[in-house]
Design a protein around this ligand. Structure first.
Ligand code: BGC
Length: 765
């Protein structure tokens, strides 16, 4: 018996029986005992040695669950019935190694368990080696495809908290509730840096900044993966979409990126690099192209950079049907066969081929024809087996006997509520109109006012998030939550508008006249991917007109914004006394907004993107000075509606005593920045302190500033805190046109709030 032995493999899968007799393995090998990865790799190689080419090709296939069910792939279902012939073909004959996604409706944890147990048993009993399946899903804000699971705020809200602990907790809840369903693999987080505000999946990202995305992404992955991927609450994260999905030049879904490599490395790569350094073991390729090369065939990207330079040891999976798309959409391959060849040669390990097994057939044929080296296939399968072992799938794929009592618990709801509250971003508050005293009568109106779907956005029980049939009836819309806070008689309601049509505006205006305050909840119709493409960033005219009509009542107006990306509302902004940006705060969002409006919660969110004023002026905050030139030959051309990092509080924070411990350093020395933050107002509150760095002169036109550190502090009225942060060598570097990270001597400026301090980076002797 080898050291990982019979028990390990025999508990569930057939491969155990074969290995028990055939595996030489590293018996008594001291090295393997010290290095858990070496032990796992020995097991991986043992399994690989038993596999035929067909079985290897099958492992590389990731099927859609619907391909195994009765009826057409795309059809409405409210029950799940497997089709025996499809199972026998796709799992039995082709040996697909992975299945993903939902069957059109959200199942309960028990239904998920039964479904996955059925599939695992099928492969155990009906394939030669019984290699366990790797089930994957998009649980992008909580286990959103499971009935009753906690739907945390979307990623953009987590970013707005500027509190990585919120991202870690969201990852933790998600993993726990996925494991309650026996799902071990999550297509999350999105590490695309959202460089174009038109992008409909902005809400799935951590916003426009690379550093913020990296910090939040790492925290979320750590929360999701925990200390032990094979443990009862560890789930394998899959960062996506490598690379540039959020940076297309036209802002549309899956559109081309045009960007030199050094800029890609500067802006888009750091979150992925940080995630890999933090233990990321699976990654999804972007559906788009960069400089004309679709990412799925970009060997330089997937093999040289990702697996080589960044040392990525995990699985590279394609996005949905994207190998086919190389032929049908990108037109870089004459047919599917060539597309398979190009993508696998480029470094693809697993193909998300939802509909059929043609990918596996092509792999076998290409290897037999000598067009794909077997070594590349072995490398891909080794990576797949590696993560299956890391997840403990061979040993206990169903987490037998494991209980998940915290599923959908008050504790998790409370964590989701806390994150939603901390994301609330108060953009404007003229004459401190907010918070309400509680004595006012309020008219609440607008498309987002009485809808759980508008709070949650896409990926909520269904892909589009639009189906009201699956809404959690125990959760509160904003209307219900505000009435719970203020009393039914204090909150009047009129629907106002749909997404793009005015409703009974006379009714809304009549009630506005009876009220002391008017709250208009503007909203964006839930959507993701292609259906989230829009042609203009402005809110639909009907919603803007509702605000204009209500202004006739002459009552103070508060705008609440529920949106996937910064929708422009410039024309009605002057009519609003206060603006609260809630993004897509999830199922607890109604309560979070209501508690903020009445002052039970103090907003502390900051904008994780630049809020544009005009759709013809779309810049990120880290633009170069030349972008600020204006028509009068001045430097006044950058006039967003609100800048990156903006966010007000019901208290006020004073920044004092910004100091650097030296006015010059050599590269590699540590320079310490210190600052005092004081709560100068009357309420307790949290403040995200952001530190920017400016390289005043560089050989590549430098950004006007770059976020280099942040910390969230909580202070009672009058309380102050001394912060002290190091400036790291990497904070001072940039990527030059040779794609090297370099530093140059010269003047640098640190800015925190309105305070600034400068230092010299000295030449090396
Ligand atoms: C999306 C991915 C998602 C995948 C699986 C794709 O269309 O772009 O983000 O993970 O589908 O659902």
């Amino acid at each position: 018996m080898n050291r990982f032995g019979w028990k390990l493999f025999s508990s569930f899968f057939g491969v155990g029986a074969l290995l028990a007799s055939s595996c030489g393995g590293p018996e008594g090998d001291g090295q393997a005992a010290e290095d858990p990865d070496a032990a796992i790799m020995a097991k991986v190689d043992s399994v690989l040695a038993l596999m035929t080419l067909e079985e290897k090709a099958g492992q590389m296939l990731n099927l859609g669950l619907a391909a195994l069910l009765e009826g057409p792939f795309y059809t409405f279902r409210d029950t799940l019935v497997f089709d025996q012939a499809k199972l026998d073909s796709l799992l039995g004959v082709y040996g697909a190694g992975s299945v993903q996604n939902l069957a059109s409706f959200p199942m309960t944890p028990e239904q998920w368990q039964a479904t996955i147990a059925y599939l695992q048993q099928y492969v155990r009993d009906n394939t030669r080696l019984g290699i366990p399946l790797l089930y994957g899903i998009d649980a992008v804000h909580g286990a959103n495809y499971t009935a009753g699971a906690v739907m945390t705020p979307q990623q953009i809200n987590l970013a707005a908290t500027f509190n990585p602990e919120m991202a870690r907790q969201a990852g933790q809840i998600t993993a726990y509730e996925l494991r309650a369903c026996r799902i071990p693999w999550n297509y999350s987080p999105v590490l695309d840096v959202a460089r174009h505000p038109l992008w409909g999946r902005m809400f799935e990202s951590f916003g426009e900044d690379s550093y913020l995305t990296a910090r939040m992404g790492v925290a979320m992955i750590q929360g999701m993966q925990g200390d032990d991927l094979a443990g009862p609450t560890g789930v394998l994260a899959c960062a996506k979409h490598f690379i540039g999905y959020g940076a297309s030049y036209n802002g549309k879904d899956r559109s081309p990126v045009v960007m030199p490599e050094h800029m890609m490395r500067e802006t888009l790569l750091p979150p992925f690099k940080a995630a890999i350094d933090a233990g990321l073991l699976s990654l999804m390729v972007s559906s788009g192209s960069m400089n004309g090369v679709p990412s799925h065939i970009d060997k330089h990207l997937l093999t040289d950079l990702l697996k080589g330079e960044l040392g990525f040891k995990g699985v590279v999976i394609s996005d949905w049907n994207d190998i086919d798309n190389l032929h049908k959409i990108h037109r870089v391959a004459a047919d599917e066969r060539e597309a398979v060849k190009l993508s696998v040669l480029a470094g693809l390990d697993m193909c998300m081929e939802p509909y059929d097994a043609s990918f596996a057939e092509h792999v076998v044929e290409l290897v037999n024809a000598g067009e794909l080296p077997l070594a590349r296939i072995d490398d891909a399968v080794r990576r797949i087996l590696y993560v299956k072992f890391k997840l403990g799938l061979f040993e206990d794929p169903m987490m037998e006997g494991q209980e998940y009592p915290k599923f959908s618990s008050d504790e998790f709801d409370g964590m989701a509520l806390a994150a939603a509250i901390e994301s609330m971003t108060l953009l404007k508050n003229k004459d401190s109109i907010l918070p309400f005293s509680g004595q006012e009568t309020v008219l609440l109106t607008g498309v987002g006012a009485h809808s759980l779907n508008y709070l949650n956005g896409g990926w909520s029980r269904t892909w589009s998030g639009q189906d009201t049939a699956y809404n959690d009836t125990d959760k509160m819309t904003l209307l219900e939550a505000l009435r719970a806070e203020m009393g039914d008689d204090k909150v009047l309601y009129s629907p106002g508008s749909t997404y793009d049509e005015l409703l009974d505006v006379e009714d809304a205006l009549r009630q506005a006249r009876q009220a002391d305050r008017v709250v208009v909840c503007l909203g964006e119709r839930p959507a993701t991917e292609k259906p989230s493409d829009i042609d203009e960033l402005e809110f639909p005219e009907a919603q803007l007109r509702l605000v204009r009509e209500l202004a006739k009542a002459g009552k103070p107006i508060v705008l609440v914004l529920l949106e996937a990306r910064p929708r422009i509302f410039r024309e009605v902004e002057p009519l609003a006394d206060a603006v609260l940006l809630a993004y897509l705060p999830g199922n607890e969002g109604g309560r979070a907004i209501a508690q903020t409006l009445v002052g039970k919660a103090n907003p502390s969110g900051r904008l994780p993107y630049t809020y544009p004023r005009f759709s013809g002026s779309l810049w990120t905050y880290d633009h170069s000075l030349s972008d600020e030139r204006d028509v009068n030959f001045g430097l006044d051309g950058f006039q967003p509606q609100y800048p990156f990092g903006h966010g007000l509080s019901y208290t006020s924070f004073a920044y004092e005593d910004l100091r650097l411990d030296s006015d010059s350093i050599a590269h590699g020395d540590t320079l310490w920045v210190s600052l005092r933050v004081r709560n100068a107002g009357q309420r307790a509150g949290k403040d995200a302190v952001l530190m920017f760095l400016t390289d005043e002169v560089a050989s590549l036109s430098p950004p006007v500033k770059r976020l280099r550190h942040f910390e969230k502090v909580e202070l009672a009225p009058g309380e102050s805190r001394d912060l002290r942060w190091p400036i790291l060598p990497s904070d001072l570097e940039f990527i030059n046109t040779d794609n090297q990270s370099v530093w140059e001597p010269g003047l640098f400026t640190v800015s925190i709030g309105d305070l600034k301090a400068s230092f010299y980076l000295k030449k090396n002797n």
